[in-house]
Design a protein around this ligand. Structure first.
Ligand code: PMV
Length: 315
């Protein structure tokens, strides 16, 4: 027996962050979060289940991977539902440069879940598939949709769900990514979140700010209020990193270049431009801006990337 299928899923950038878990095993988040999908960057994944395979295998950009922990969580759950015990061969390719420093686990796990469900002919809602994908990588549950996606923290086992909040046509954003470093994260986000939860003196303050930020960002998106979204996204990003920095030992993702870019964005804002920054678990800065300023801001941000040196751009 041979079952096979392919799927694509986009990567997503958090506008208000998931940082901290209330359930470690199932990646249940302590904070609700909102993301914006970057539709042109993502993972194309092919999955084959075959009775002749003796183990699961995972190839990322043609390179055999040793660590399949996240992928197995998704595969095992889907095999249980489909009542099959076939091993799988996963071939995943990112359509953005691998050395771009963009987290590929969100798009990769989402594409894997979609392709595997198709191959095993499992008929589940997108919502349910997104929750299965969450078992492999938390933020991947937001990669099932285009545009703005909200992922509510919930309180129980089955009520932490990601759903579309608004389409990109309703409130479009342009993006520009500063690739400060393409190196692997020195600490996994799971370890970093746990360390923050257990040791940061500011963790409970972060949780209450995250709750307020989620509500503010949600309202800003629904009312297409760029200024408010810009303010809350930046504040939320800074608070998440400040909380991580206050863990013991400190978790510092930012590099000198990260801070230079952030200061340059503040400068552009003082000049009246509609642009804001955010930073996920790494040193790379993602700028979002009003598409009406596309040409001017892409130009300015590109010049900035070149002037810093060692910083690549992706837009
Ligand atoms: O889902 P993970 O384990 O890759 O963690 C994502 C953490 C952040 O990117 C920093 C925030 C987020 O909401 O995506």
């Amino acid at each position: 027996m041979k079952l096979s299928a392919e799927a694509f899923a986009p990567t997503n950038i958090a506008l208000t962050k998931y940082w901290g878990k209330r359930g470690l095993e199932n990646n249940l988040p302590a904070t609700s979060s909102i993301s914006y999908s970057l539709d042109k960057f993502g993972s194309q994944t092919k999955v084959v289940f075959d009775a002749s395979f003796e183990e699961d295998a995972f190839f990322l950009n043609d390179k055999k991977q040793i660590d399949l922990k996240k992928q197995k969580r998704v595969l095992n759950e889907l095999r249980k539902i489909a009542r099959v015990d076939l091993f799988a061969r996963i071939e995943s390719k990112n359509n953005f440069p691998t050395n771009a420093g963009l987290a590929s686990s969100a798009s990769g796990l989402a594409a894997l879940t979609l392709a595997s469900a198709k191959a095993l002919e499992i008929d589940l809602s997108l919502e349910r598939l997104s929750s299965i994908s969450r078992l492999g990588s938390g933020s991947s549950c937001r990669s099932f949709y285009s545009g703005y996606v909200e992922w509510v923290a919930g309180e129980k086992e089955d009520d932490s769900i990601a759903t579309p909040l608004a389409t990109k046509n309703e409130f479009p954003l342009s993006s520009f990514i500063f690739v400060v470093s393409a190196d692997e994260k020195h600490k996994s986000s799971t370890d970093a979140m746990e360390s923050t939860r257990l040791t940061s003196p500011y963790y409970s303050a972060w949780l209450s700010q995250a709750k307020k930020d989620f509500a503010l960002a949600r309202r800003a998106i629904l009312t297409k209020d760029f200024e408010s979204l810009s303010r809350v996204a930046q504040h939320n990003c800074a608070a998440m990193h400040a909380c991580a920095m206050s863990a013991f030992p400190p978790i510092v993702y930012w590099k000198t270049e990260t801070i230079r870019i952030i200061n340059a964005v503040f400068h552009l804002q003082q000049e009246g431009h509609r642009v804001f920054f955010t930073v996920d678990a790494g040193p790379n800065v993602v700028c979002f801006f009003d598409p009406s300023e596309e040409q001017f801001l892409t130009d300015r941000l590109s010049k900035l990337a070149r002037s810093i040196g060692g910083v690549n751009e992706l837009c």
